[in-house]
Write a protein that binds this ligand. Structure first.
Ligand code: GLN
Length: 279
């Protein structure tokens, strides 16, 4: 069978199952299985595909129309122009988290700093920062051993193992070292809003990476309080927050003696990240 026919059949099936990005998803999945870039795939439409790949492709398309995100099927996701390994034990890195990385790199370019990433997941925030900040080193913390294994693989893949350490621990127990920058994209969805999210999220992404407790702020509060102990004087705390959480989080920061340095809005004008410093 030719690439062209496979893509067109799969795209039709996905469309029928109401997957909006049906063509793109079919292309990404087949390119991944053939180990070629998507660009290469679309310019080679009349090349044949082996039976083995066709079988794997049909199975992957079945997973996709059952709403599994493409990133879990291909086990990778691009973030900050790096191809991160991910799996069901890690959240899929989101484009809005790149806003956080962008703001921090502007602020700390060329600085020799120690970073702590709380709830590192795939390691996407810490490793992207280390790619940009060549004099920095950092620790990634997560309660999930399986997520930490993924983060370690990514560190190795991007040749950053010598500047990183990944530790399985909870923020409650962790007390190692002092940091110039603490960064976190903590779980921040209010518990009873989780079931209202898209089933691509609720059925596939790890609940513990989403659930922020009754008001969604349980983990953000912990990160803010604990950073008071773990930050060096004049250190920075950079957190990602959820929709409509800005006023509340800004108050917790003020009450905990932080001064806001900058905030970044997402494409829908919600404040998504706050950077503050200890006063
Ligand atoms: N830091 C990771 C990310 O931004 C994981 C975040 C989480 O699990 N809440 O993707």
């Amino acid at each position: 069978m030719l690439i062209h026919n496979l893509i067109s059949d799969a795209s039709k099936i996905l469309k029928k199952n109401k997957i909006k990005s049906h063509l793109l998803d079919a292309e990404i999945i087949l390119a991944d299985l053939m180990n070629i870039s998507r660009e290469h795939l679309i310019t080679s439409h009349y090349l044949p595909v082996s039976n083995k790949i066709k079988k794997k492709f049909n199975y992957a398309i079945k997973r996709r129309y059952r709403r599994e995100p493409v990133a879990y099927i291909t086990k990778k996701k691009e973030f900050w122009s790096l191809d991160f390994i991910i799996n069901k034990f890690t959240l899929v890195p989101r484009p809005e988290t790149e806003l956080l990385v962008n703001e921090i790199t502007k602020l700390l370019k060329n600085k020799r700093i120690d970073i702590l990433d709380i709830g590192t997941g795939s390691g996407c925030i810490l490793l992207s920062l280390l790619k940009e900040l060549q004099f920095a080193k950092g620790i990634g913390l997560d309660v999930s051993t399986k997520a930490i294994n993924v983060a370690k693989k990514n560190a190795k893949k991007f040749r950053l193992s010598n500047r990183t350490r990944f530790i399985v621990d909870s923020i409650d127990n962790f007390k190692l070292g002092k940091y110039d920058l603490i960064v976190s994209n903590p779980p921040y969805i209010p518990f009873n809003e989780i079931s209202k999210l898209d089933e691509e999220i609720t059925n596939f992404e790890p609940l513990c990476a989403l659930n922020g407790g009754i008001d969604g702020l349980d983990l953000i509060r912990k990160v803010i309080y604990k950073s008071n102990i773990l930050l060096k004087t004049n250190g920075y705390l950079a957190v990602e927050i959820g929709n409509n959480q800005y006023t509340e989080v800004a108050k917790i920061l003020r009450d905990s003696c932080y001064r806001e340095i900058s905030k970044v809005c997402d494409f829908e004008r919600n404040v998504r990240c706050i950077i503050s410093t200890k006063i």
